[in-house]
Write a protein that binds this ligand. Structure first.
Ligand code: ME8
Length: 662
């Protein structure tokens, strides 16, 4: 824990409003938001900057093609970006647009200052120009005659231009990188920048353009506009008031603690940007972190391939926190990750719906059922508690260590190790068994208390990554904001005694995978074919009718008669006591393509908390019947008459819900 409020400044790249933002952009911003929220949680005074990079030839051309003025064109797209960040629950401190007046003025002052002090000079530029990247390249830099950054066609261009004497600062930058090993992270990015760009020698950078208009004019030579990267990179300081009206933010937050970027824009951020800052006499950011790419199985996402993944569509289908969790968990920080919707669904179903969601609903419903929602303030500790409490106490330190290195995926993996541990604790302590023994009430209350407290710790730890889920958990646990602070989880046992909770709602809904859907479709088709074949076969059997008598428990039936009974594997998704009958349980079961309710007389044999998640065999085409007002649409299969002998019929291994029993 830090003693005083230290400042922490984090930025994302500012996005081009020329394309629809996709899941890759979302990753950058969600990762930055998670780090910002974490730093706030542990007590920093955080400034989190994001925004849009709105100038340049590419945008000018796109606006022309759309028959709009460039400002009108970008305004519309920026609206969509702001909306996307709202949907993704991004809590930025400031959203900068490079068309904002204060930014434009500061950039003009920056350019003039660099010119007046001799870092920028006027000359002619001739070289290979890549329009989409807005970059000039030399012959040797071209990759097979194409742009080395994007691989597209370049063309020869010549223009009067201003140049920045990069070489003046190259050695200082090399020294800085060597003296500050984490300045460029990860290590691979640092080596790439040193070996490919800095050590071979830097050429002067062309920092103005005359071939188009849509940019910030050089105020002392108006036919030039400022090179879009000088304009864009400056945003990190103009947003803090550098050379404009409110420089106090600059004093408070600069130098930035971490500037998060994708690895494709490393060269601009780790070479041009620090050199610009050196020339302006400004301290360098502490760290530039180049994260990997979200790729698709077939490679990069691109509009031309038509395979861009739209985050809004995913949020509509799965919810904000499922998407946030997925990108944060699946992307190794620094490395690339492969996006697939099946993996997203699998994470949602296993980590979120099953492991976390069920843990919360099981716990709150047990507290409700056994103690009317309010645990008595008595404690009876036992062996399994020691390990659980130790793990819970160590966890915040482990998570903080990973988060301080921006290894969000590892931080989440450790939180989920604890979620599994807590689930195992329920199996070890068997609260439903304790509930039946009058002498075990103190022990039962202790177990349930430990569960509530563990859930509170989990809620605090996941709050930077999944703020909405953390808030839902806080509500379900019925605790105030003070118990959601970092300090409050450094010691186990802050959950208030005799606090009242109610059974929670569903945190994450289980989603059927495309594979499951396909399987069901395949099964339906297979069954159809079988039925057709069976008809033929049954005719054959009829032709060879057997007349002898065979022993039988009940009257013998034909295969056609048996085929009338539709037996299926069902997954129990909810189980609770019948409100008006002690002997009955009401089960909700998943049958793959539908859900059914079953009212069953097994309350004396089975604890409902024990049933959720189990697969059983049920008869699904029995005529529905009502039991004390509740409809039963199917029937479970089981053996036994009493507690000792009772056993449900279950498949030998997990199968897709809805699978036919034959
Ligand atoms: O580069 N996976 O803007 P931009 C991960 N305006 N990250 C990705 C990605 C993917 N599939 N696709 C893009 C720019 N990104 C400039 C920045 S900053 C002064 C100016 C990341 O909208 C990309 O790496 O093209 C970059 O960090 C960010 O999205 C913005 O990309």
């Amino acid at each position: 824990m830090i003693q005083e409020k230290e400042s922490f400044y984090i930025s994302t790249p500012i996005y081009y409003p020329s394309d629809k933002l996709h899941i890759g952009h979302t990753y950058s911003t969600v990762a930055a938001d998670t780090i910002a929220r974490f730093k706030k949680l542990v007590g920093y005074d955080v400034f989190f900057l994001t925004g849009t990079d709105e100038h340049g030839q590419k945008i000018e051309q796109a606006a022309q093609a759309a028959g709009k003025g460039p400002k009108e064109y970008v305004d519309k797209i920026v609206e969509g970006i702001v909306h996307l960040w709202e949907v993704m629950n991004i809590d930025y401190s400031k959203f900068i647009r490079t068309t904002d007046g204060y930014h434009v003025k500061s950039v003009q002052k920056i350019f003039r200052k660099l010119y007046e002090q001799g870092d920028i000079y006027k000359s002619n530029y001739e070289g290979w120009y890549c329009t989409p990247c807005e970059a000039y390249w030399t012959n040797t830099q071209l990759d097979d005659g194409k742009c080395p950054d994007c691989g597209r066609q370049v063309h020869m261009a010549k223009e009067e231009a201003y140049f920045f004497k990069m070489s003046n600062y190259a050695q200082r930058l090399i020294d800085h990188i060597e003296a500050n090993p984490k300045f460029i992270s990860p290590e691979s990015a640092k080596n790439e920048m040193l070996n490919n760009f800095l050590l071979p020698g830097l050429e002067d950078l062309c920092v103005s353009r005359t071939s188009f208009q849509w940019g910030i004019p050089v105020d002392f030579d108006e036919k030039h506009v400022v090179y879009v990267w000088v304009d864009a990179l400056s945003n990190y300081i103009t947003a803090l008031g550098y050379l404009n009206d409110e420089p106090q933010l600059m004093e408070k937050y600069w130098p930035a603690n971490v500037q998060l970027i994708g690895k494709d824009i490393l060269r601009f951020h780790t070479i041009y940007w620090p050199i610009m800052l050196m020339a302006l006499g400004i301290e360098l950011p502490k760290q530039i972190y180049g994260h990997g790419w979200i790729l698709l199985k077939g490679g990069k996402m691109s509009k031309s391939k038509g395979n861009v993944i739209d985050p809004i569509e995913l949020v509509d289908k799965y919810g904000t926190d499922t998407l946030r969790y997925y990108v944060l968990r699946e992307m190794p920080f620094g490395g690339d990750g492969i996006y697939s919707e099946e993996n997203l669904i699998a994470r949602n179903n296993s980590d979120l719906a099953n492991d976390l969601g069920n843990l919360l609903s099981r716990t709150t419903s047990m507290v409700d059922k056994y103690f009317g929602g309010c645990l008595p303030d008595v404690k009876h500790f036992d062996t399994p508690d020691t390990n659980l409490i130790q793990m819970a106490t160590e966890l915040p330190f482990i998570v903080a260590e990973y988060m301080n290195e921006y290894e969000i995926s590892n931080a989440l993996a450790n939180i989920w190790k604890f979620v599994s541990r807590v689930n195992k604790y329920i199996d070890e302590t068997e609260p439903w068994v304790l509930a039946k023994d009058e002498n075990s009430q103190a022990r039962l209350a202790t177990v349930l208390y430990n569960l509530l407290e563990s859930l509170r710790i989990i809620a605090v730890l996941i709050s930077p990554a999944m703020p909405e889920t953390a808030a839902k958990m806080r509500e379900a646990l019925h605790i105030n904001e003070e118990l959601m602070t970092w300090q409050s989880i450094e010691v186990f046992g802050k959950y208030p005694a005799e606090n009242k909770v109610a059974p929670s709602g569903v945190l994450f809904a289980r989603v059927m995978t495309e594979e499951e859907e396909k399987k069901i479709e395949k099964r339906v088709q297979k069954e159809k074919r079988k039925m057709e074949k069976a008809e033929v076969k049954s005719e054959e059997i009829v032709a060879e009718e057997v007349t002898e008598q065979y022993p039988s428990f009940k009257e013998t039936i034909t295969i056609e008669e048996f085929a009338k009974i539709d037996l299926r594997v069902a997954q129990i998704i909810k189980a609770e006591k019948h409100p008006n009958a002690d002997k009955l349980l009401v089960l909700q079961v998943d049958l793959g393509n539908c859900q059914k309710q079953i009212v069953s007389g097994i309350a004396e044999f089975k604890d409902p908390n024990d049933l959720v998640g189990k697969q059983i065999v049920v008869v699904v085409n029995l005529k529905p019947a009502k039991f004390r007002g509740m409809v039963s649409e199917a029937m479970i299969t089981a053996v036994g008459e009493d507690k000792e002998t009772f056993a449900m019929i279950v498949p030998e291994k997990e199968v897709a819900p809805g699978e036919m029993v034959k």
